[in-house]
Design a protein around this ligand. Structure first.
Ligand SMILES: *Cc1c(COP(=O)(O)O)cnc(C)c1O
Length: 401
């Protein structure tokens, strides 16, 4: 070992006290060859060379990072990939899908504005609109977004923003993003699409005219049920508006979470292909089974929106399948008899999981509201994973037998 340091290093100075050594632990970063995969920049702050560099970074003359609430390398890496996947100029990552939805709405709306929203939105979004934004003077009108005439009529109320999901949960209805965007823009309203269930591999809302695409990256993009996150993709000016709003609201994604989601994205095309193919097989199997009273899957030939699904998605129709038992006690027996498929109230994981919407995602609704939304106690929602189709069908067949 030579005493000659390669670079200034507080840890190698003989003059340092134990206290200074401890205080600087972890700042002695080795100069290594370029790693193949980004390391995790688990640092809330970055060391700056000069006062001039602060200006250069803040004013965009130099690429760099200052404070991780505003920007962090792992978060920026993730944002770039999501922007590319969505065909957007830019994307902003958030600590959760609800964080992405909430800050997007806060950044695009002001008191007195109104929202036109699909009536069967994700439960968390529905609650956000009804209980939180309403307190800030933003009113929401709900509409059946599968009914374009109803959407057109409701646009007479001159909402500032239309909020829909490209595929809804749990009944897997589709919003015609292209027609809704055209109608909304004719009336001066902007369009936000929650694209979580479709993923950008099946559908890119911005290509169809929407203004923002919103994701819970907790689901299929992360893909392994080990991280919570969200993202918003948009044109540069809108994305900047959302980004600046989040500097105030502070719903920042953690670097490790960003790293995990980015790792999930590396296998996204393979996972989505397998999971969608599995869903198609499982939907066909369930539709032919005498114990199952209804199957909701946009890829089935008798799905009422099958043609729209084809034009929106092409050859694959998503990884989610929902199905119904007439008698809720049969649903309960079915769930108990599954061996491989896990009961877990989320979706988009490598394993096949099922959930019971009435008891979980739609628990906050009254029974009457659930009935009006078509969410019965015998309804099961399945998120297909990447096992083989045969594995899934074997477990379903056993539990139905
Ligand atoms: C899960 C989900 C959300 C909320 O995302 P979190 O990451 O749980 O905050 C929003 N929209 C849809 C469609 C979802 O499935």
């Amino acid at each position: 070992m030579t005493d000659q340091p390669q670079q200034p290093s507080p840890l190698r100075s003989p003059l340092q006290s134990i206290d200074a050594i401890c205080a600087a632990a972890g700042s002695d970063i080795p100069s290594v060859t370029r790693p193949l995969v980004a390391p995790i920049y688990q640092s809330s702050v970055f060391q700056i060379e000069s006062l001039e560099q602060i200006d250069d970074i803040y004013e965009g003359r130099e690429e760099g990072f200052i404070y991780s609430r505003d920007a962090n390398p792992n978060v920026s890496i993730l944002e770039r990939v999501i922007a590319q996947l969505e065909g957007a100029d830019d994307a902003v990552a958030f600590a959760s899908g609800m964080g992405a939805m909430g800050v997007t709405l806060l950044s695009m709306l002001k008191s007195g504005d109104s929202i036109l929203a699909a009536s069967d939105l994700y439960g968390g979004t529905n609650t956000l609109l009804r209980d939180q934004l309403s307190r800030l003077g933003v009113r929401t009108q709900f509409v059946d977004a599968t009914d374009l005439d109803a959407v057109e009529t409701a646009l007479n109320l001159e909402p500032a923003l239309v909020v829909v999901e490209s595929i809804t949960n749990p009944l897997l209805r589709l919003s015609d993003v292209q027609s809704i965007s055209r109608l909304a823009h004719e009336r001066g309203a902007r369009v936000a699409v929650d694209n979580t269930l479709a993923t950008p591999l099946l559908l890119r809302p911005l290509d169809l005219g929407a203004d923002v695409a919103i994701h819970s990256t907790t689901k299929f993009l992360g893909g392994h049920s080990d991280v919570t996150g969200g993202a918003v993709a948009a044109r540069a000016d809108l994305a900047m508006q959302v980004r600046l709003a989040n500097r105030g609201w502070g719903n920042t994604l953690d670097p490790f979470a960003a790293w995990l989601i980015t790792r999930g994205l590396r296998t996204l095309p393979l996972r989505i292909e397998r999971a969608c193919d599995n869903a198609m097989h499982a939907a066909g199997f369930l539709a032919a089974h005498p114990k199952v009273s209804a199957v909701h899957y946009p890829g089935l030939p008798d799905h009422p929106q099958r043609e729209l699904a084809r034009s929106m998605f092409g050859a694959r129709f998503g990884h989610m399948v929902s199905f119904e038992f007439d008698d809720p006690s049969e649903a309960s027996a079915f769930v108990r008899s599954l061996r491989m498929i896990a009961l877990a109230p989320s979706l988009g994981e490598a394993r096949t999981t099922i959930s019971h919407p009435a008891k979980t995602s739609h628990r906050a609704l009254t029974p009457a509201e659930r009935a009006a939304s078509g969410i019965h106690d015998g309804l099961i929602r399945m998120s297909c994973g990447i096992e083989s189709a045969q594995d899934i069908i074997t477990d379903l067949a056993r539990a139905l037998g």
